[in-house]
Design a protein around this ligand. Structure first.
Ligand code: ADP
Length: 398
């Protein structure tokens, strides 16, 4: 069955058409600047040229229509008819406490997802717009929702309750939810397989290090803790997000800069992280280059990033009472040998040793990074959230 995977943001929409049997991507692309001037669709059929077409897309429905037109296009399309799309899998950011697994999207379920909107006001409303647009254009095609938060719903209370008055949890549902769940789930399963572990008797730490970054402790296949919280702002120092800070800093910056709460939150989300520390870039490639050229600000940003990630891993080794496997994934985890080395250099006490030659010579492939005598296996396991969504969709419809 061919499954269309949709990841709909407020002004962009990423898509992939995946053959769920062969797990091959038939076509993929992105619609950008939806609702703005200069909107365009990028479409790439497997083995074919990438096409970029500028076209007005006032709404997400227009964007999805363009995606469907591209897929069935007589010359560059990959299917003859839309009936060849068996189902649509939608990425949804926040499922609150309501959703601990993927669901078939019905009118009623969509209402329940809408009730989670206040927990992710930047993301969920856009996800729902994408779902509704697809339902209008493909009313007879089954749709499934796959949540970033669902995998973490197995966390024990002691991991998700904040040190706040408990009524904020009962009244407002303020708690740790965690994100990147589809990736943490996919990578921990794949990592266990590669490392020869029985997932049901395993202690795994997954480091999803991209522009947004989070670490997850997985015990016997279940998430027991993760570094992101109520929102994706908590935890590691990220590309532009601060990660953990003393909460009193919010008030302090507000007073010093005469800034509103909204402005301070903007600083923490968009102007902080390694961008803020370095003053150069949020992209670790730029920082690596600047650092090699002797820029101390870039070096500092990379060092803070590694140190903070290592501290989280150390904490999760305690939470798990040990660790069998550490996995690195996403943009940095799959491409930045210096960051992996920087993090693992703090873990030598635990008997964790990287094979430098392997670490330095591989990108974005499944590969064991640790030496044969390392007490804990370390693997690079490229994530594939779209394939994970397609598999979930297929499993639910079966
Ligand atoms: P997100 O999906 O959260 O936007 P990604 O997983 O794409 O983020 O990761 C982006 C980060 O990964 C950037 O800092 C970038 O520098 C780094 N990255 C991506 N590709 C490479 C590469 N080929 N070499 C080194 N770093 C890379």
């Amino acid at each position: 069955m061919n499954i269309l995977v949709i990841n709909c943001g407020s002004s962009s929409l990423k898509y992939q058409l995946i053959d769920s049997i062969s797990e091959k991507v038939l076509a993929k692309g992105i619609c950008e600047r939806i609702g703005n001037q200069g909107s365009r669709i990028v479409y790439q059929p497997a083995g074919g040229e990438k096409e970029i077409t500028e076209a007005p897309m006032p709404t997400h429905k227009n964007a999805i229509q363009m995606v469907l037109d591209s897929l069935v296009n007589e010359t560059t399309g990959v299917i003859k008819d839309l009936s060849e799309v068996g189902a649509v899998g939608h990425r949804i950011v926040h499922g609150g406490e309501k959703f601990n697994a993927s669901v078939v999207l019905t009118e009623e379920v969509i209402k329940e997802i809408e009730a989670c909107n206040e927990l992710a006001p930047l993301h969920n409303p856009a996800n729902i717009i994408g779902i509704n647009a697809c339902r209008e254009l493909m009313p007879n095609t089954p749709m499934v929702g796959v949540f970033d938060t669902a995998f973490h719903q197995t966390m024990p209370e002691r991991a998700y309750i904040y040190g706040l008055p408990y009524k904020f949890y009962t009244d407002y549902k303020i708690r740790r939810y965690g994100f990147h769940g589809t990736s943490h789930s996919f990578v921990s399963k794949k990592g266990a397989e590669l490392a020869g572990l029985d997932i049901n008797h395993s202690k795994i730490i997954v480091c999803h290090l991209g522009n947004g970054a989070s670490i997850c402790a997985v015990e016997n296949g279940k998430s027991i803790d993760t570094s992101m919280g109520l929102t994706p702002l908590e935890g590691l120092v990220m590309g532009t997000r601060s990660g953990d800070i003393d909460p009193a800093i919010v008030e302090f910056i507000g007073k010093k800069e005469n800034a509103s709460i909204d402005r301070v939150m903007d600083i923490l989300n968009k102007e902080s992280g390694v961008l803020g520390i370095s003053g150069i870039s949020s992209d670790f490639r730029d920082l690596e280059k600047a650092s090699e050229e002797g820029d101390e600000h870039a070096t500092r940003a990379r060092e803070v990033f590694c140190y903070r990630a290592a501290k989280v891993i150390g904490g999760y080794i305690a939470a798990l009472h040990g660790v069998d496997l550490i996995c690195f994934t996403a943009g940095l985890g799959e491409n930045d040998a210096g960051i992996r080395k920087g993090i693992c250099s703090y873990l030598d006490y635990m008997g964790i040793q990287l094979d430098d030659e392997v670490n330095n010579s591989h990108r974005a492939v499944d590969v064991k990074l640790s030496t044969p005598d390392s007490k804990v296996q370390v693997w690079m396991v490229p994530t594939n959230e779209e394939l994970a969504i397609a598999k979930e969709t297929l499993a639910l419809l079966k």
